[in-house]
Design a protein around this ligand. Sequence first.
Ligand code: PRX
Length: 666
Amino acid sequence: MDHHAHGTPTLENLHTETRTFSPLVSFAVHANATAYEYKKAEVDRLAYWREQALQLQWKIPFTEVLDWSDAPFARWFHDGTLNACDNAVDKHVRKGRGDRVAFYFEGEPGDTQTLTYNDMYERVQKAANGLLSLGVRKGDRVAIYLPQIPEAVVAMLACARIGAIHSVVFGGFSAESLRQRIDDAEAKLVITADGGNRRGAHLALKPLVDAALVPSENHDKPAESVTNVLVVRRTGQDTAWVEGRDLWWHDVVDPQPAQHEPEWVDAEHPLFILYTSGTTGTPKGLFHTTGGYLTQAMTSHKQVFDLKPETDVYWCTADVGWVTGHSYIVYGPMINGATQVLYEGVPNAPHEGRWWEIVEKYRVTILYTAPTAIRTCMKWGEAIPDQYDLSSLRLLGSVGEPINPEAWMWYRRVIGGNRCPVVDTWWQTETGAIMISPLPGVTATKPGCAHAPLPGVVADVVDDTGRSVSNGEGGYLVIREPWPSMLRGIWGDRKRYRKTYWNQFDGMYFAGDGAKKDIDGEIWLMGRVDDVMNVSGHRLSTTELEHALVSHPWVAEAAVVGASDETTGQAVVAFVVVRSDGDGAQATGEEVAQELRKQVRREIGPFATPRTILVVSEVPKTRSGKIMRRLLRDVAENRPVGDVTTLADGSVMNAIAEGLGAGKGD
Ligand code: PRX
C-alpha cells in the first residue's frame, strides 16, 4: 500500500497497544446502545433496518426494505413517502416538544441566539414559502454558500421541506470551486450571505458568488442555471447588487406566512448533493436520498453519541458545509430532538480557550470534533482547557482522519477528565453516516482504534484479491453489504459511481482507505490508499491541486503529495517545474511559492493552500508517465528515497534531493 498518514498506528504499536478502557458501569446502565443490537442485526440485517426506519415519521409507510436488484444502485424503503424537515422539526412540535431548545447559536463576535424547535418550525415554513415564491420547485437544485449561522440550517431544511435538493458548498471554497459546483448541479438559486466573521474580521462571501456567476478566465458564459441569489445579512458590510437577480433573505422570507405543508416525497427522492474530492481532477457530486439516509443518520447518532434529548447539550464542531455537518448537526441530531450548540467561529478567536468557554457556558455534555483540532489544542497546552469547568462533558467523539493514540489519550484525560468514553467514528461523505465506531457503554476502547462496524453494517478488511485478511493483518477497507445511507450515485454520472467504488473488488464497496485488523479482529484505520489527501480532516485530491497549479502560466508541471504533519495530519506539498519561457523563470523560489499559493486559493480555496511549494527541474515519472508520488513523499517527509527502479529516469530523484538541500522549505 502506498500511503503514509500522520500519527496512524504502525503495525508495531498496533500489536503492542494494550491499553483498554472498559465502559464504566455507571455509563453502561443508562446507555442507549446494547450488545444485543449487534446480535439482532446479525440474525436479520434487513429486519434490523426495518425496525430503525420505522422510528421515522412516514406519510405512507414502506413495505419493502431493500431493493438490490439493480446493484450497485440501491433502493431502500422505496415505496414509502416522508419529508426530512417534517422529521427534523414538525414532529417535535406535534409531540409537544416545541419549547425545547434546538440551537444555542454563538456567533464569533459573541452575539447569541436561542432557537427552540417552535422557532425552527416558524423559520423553515417561512423559508419554504420564500423559496417557492422564487419559483424553486421539487427536484430543483439550490446551492447554499453560507457561514455557520442558523440560516444555513434553515435553508437546508427549507429545501428539504419543498423537495428541492440542496448542494451546500463550504464557505472556504473559492468562486471557481463554487462555480463548478453550481454548473454541475445546474442550481437554480444560490443562498449566500454578505459575509461571515473570522478572527475579528469580516470575511466577504457575496463578492465570491458574484465572481462565480459571471464569465471569467475559465468560463466564457455566465452561470445560466441561476435565476436568483438570496442574501442573508450577517455582517452588514457593503455589497454589490445585481438588480432583479439579488434579493435579501429578510425581504423574501420574513413576510411569508409561517404555514407550509411539507412536500411528501418518495424515500428515494434525492435530499442533497455534496461535492467531494476523488482521485481525478473534478470533484464528484455525491447524492443521498431521503428515507435510508435519515434512518441511518438518526440511528447512528442515537447509538454512538448516546443522546438523551431531554438533558444533553450536544456540540458538533464541524461546518455544515461538510458531510459531518449534514448528518450530525442537521439531520441526525434534529430528528432525535437534540439541543445543540452552533458556533460560527474558530477555536482561537478571540482567545485559545474559546471552545472550552463555550462548553462551560452551555454545559455541553457531548462533544464531536476532529483529531486535528485536538492536536492543535494539545499544542496550545492543557493549561488552557484547565481554566474552564468541563465537568458537564460525558462523551467525546472524533471524526475525519485517523486519531493517533497520544491525541486520543490527551482528549480522554484533559478534556474528558478520564471519565468520558471516547468514540472514534469512521465514515465518509459516501457512507452518509457513521459506519465503524465503538459503542459507548458497550465497547472496551483502545486509543486510536475505530473497533467494529455498527450493527447492520458489514465491513471487512481484504487483501488485493478481495480475500478477508486474518487478525493481525492489513489490507483494504470494504463494505460487503448495502447500507441505508449509502450514496445513491454521482450526480449525472452513473458509470463513474460504479467505476469508482464497485470495480476493485467483486460485489464490495471499496472505501479508498487502508485498514488493519488487530489480534482481536478490531479495525484500525490507516489512511487513504489512493490519491486523496486528508488535511485537517478536509478531503483534497492531489490531481485537483495539480490541475490548479498547472493552470498557472508559470507552471509547466506539478506533482502534489500529502506529507505527514504534526497538527493537520497531512499537509499539501507541491513540487513544480517552472516554464523556462514564462515570467516565472525570472522569479525566486519564494516568489513562485507565493504566486502559486494565491493560485490555489483562487482555484480551490484557502483551506487547500500548500504548506510547502518546491521548485524542481523535473518530476519523477514511471515509463508510462505516471507521477511517482511515493518517492516525492519520501522527500517531503525527509526519508531516504525508496526504490527508483521503475522510474523512466533514475537520476531525477538525485537532482530533486540535491536541489532541495539548498532551498528546502518554502
Ligand atoms: O480516509 C478516511 C477519513 O476521511 C475520509 C472521508 O472523508 P470525507 O468524505 O470528507 O468525510 C469526513 C467525515 C466523515 C475517509 O475515507 N476518515 C474519516 N473518519 C475517519 C477517517 N480515517 C480514520 N479514522 C476516522 N475516524
